[in-house]
Design a protein around this ligand. Structure first.
Ligand SMILES: *Cc1c(COP(=O)(O)O)cnc(C)c1O
Length: 352
């Protein structure tokens, strides 16, 4: 299917003149800077933060490019991946007219962003084993459908979507196909980030919040065609990534092997946690996971959830979510944390 980005965009976005920052006009690092109304003396903190940061995060993207095997000009960085999600709605979806397709059970932010932007949601549920229904997804699309959000590995179920199903959707969907790979580091499948040239309608989302352990810094990534990335850069707030975040992550990228080490530990703990849960006879099901959490079906999810909170063990109760009745989502913790959780869970079943 041919893909024309300019036809899919909201018309005013095409012609919009973006904010030009002081740093857009002169990007050199040396000079007497009297252009941005900054404080010339420095900051009240020990470290100086008085200068506005690079609006396009060029150093960061240059370092990230070889790690992700994506050219710098096909990388967008956002204040969390949630920023990229919101910008997509603002770029493509006319409020009160256009629609997007969501695939429940899925990540909550797509629906929240749709609602904030007053965009119709068309839900096409996953199958009982949390796989895509490509035929129904394609049938749900009409001339006002702009985006489908595929979360793989899926939050909250944990599984990856079948490759053939995602390819079928990429080849035939009339709008933008977002593949959210927040949990990419924990999965076996190849990332779609390596296939941007093959699919001009593809946007891959990843994040520093999970495997990299940088959730508090708020740094998300989006990979897509040059044209699409240009649009996101055009409409983002000029200084969306703080200087502190840029500097910290630049340094963090030197320590990439440590990320791989932590991922290996989390994968080992995930296997142990699965084993321990499966040994509890009352547990009805531990679902397959390619992520750093397990979805678990239990009797009386609401009660277990509440009673464990009282014991200061906090899980995510997903029992009100499509296809997730009586399900709890359990993040893989350290060996010690997981053990304490298992002990408390066993104690709960003995008492109830
Ligand atoms: C955690 C998560 C994210 C990450 O969001 P950030 O804003 O980057 O922290 C994105 N998508 C999914 C599906 C997630 O579970």
């Amino acid at each position: 299917m041919s893909f024309d980005l300019s036809k899919l965009l909201r018309p005013h976005i095409l012609t919009l003149a973006p904010y030009t920052s002081a740093r857009d006009e002169y990007s050199g690092k040396l000079g007497i800077f009297l252009d941005a109304n900054e404080n010339p003396y420095g900051s009240i903190t020990e470290q100086d933060f008085n200068r506005y940061p690079d609006p396009y995060q060029s150093d960061l993207k240059e370092k990230l490019s070889p790690i992700k095997q994506v050219p710098s000009d096909q990388i967008f960085l956002g204040n969390g991946s949630d920023e990229a999600i919101d910008l997509l709605f603002r770029a493509f979806c006319n409020p009160g007219k256009d629609n997007v397709i969501l695939l429940p059970p899925t990540y909550g932010m797509y629906g929240v962003s749709a609602a904030i932007n007053q965009v119709e949601i068309r839900n096409v549920s996953l199958t009982e084993d949390f796989q895509l229904q490509p035929k129904l997804i394609l049938e749900a699309a009409d001339q006002n459908t702009k985006i489908v959000f595929i979360c793989s590995p899926n939050n909250p179920s944990g599984n990856s979507m079948r490759l053939e199903d995602m390819e079928l959707i990429l080849r035939n969907f009339p709008g933008l196909v977002v593949i959210d790979e927040a949990y990419v580091d924990f999965m076996e499948q190849e990332s779609f980030a390596g296939r941007l040239d093959e699919f001009p309608n593809l946007l891959v989302i990843q994040t520093f919040s999970k495997a990299w352990g940088l959730a508090s810094l708020r740094l998300g990534m989006a990979f897509g065609s040059k044209e699409l990335i240009k649009v996101l850069n055009k409409i983002k707030p000029p200084y969306n990534i703080s200087g502190l975040t840029q500097d910290t992550v630049l340094e963090a990228m030197e320590k990439f092997p440590k990320v791989q080490q932590m991922v290996q530990s989390i994968l080992a703990e995930r296997a142990q946690l699965r084993k321990d849960l499966n040994e509890i006879p009352q547990i009805e099901r531990v679902y397959p996971s390619d992520a750093n959490f397990l979805l678990v079906k239990v009797p009386h999810a609401d009660q277990i959830y509440a009673d464990l909170i009282a014991r200061r063990i906090i899980l995510r109760n997903r029992s009100k979510v499509t296809l997730c009745e009586n399900c709890l989502r359990i993040t893989v913790g350290t060996a010690e944390e997981n053990q304490k959780f298992i002990t408390e869970l066993k104690a709960w079943f003995e008492k109830n």
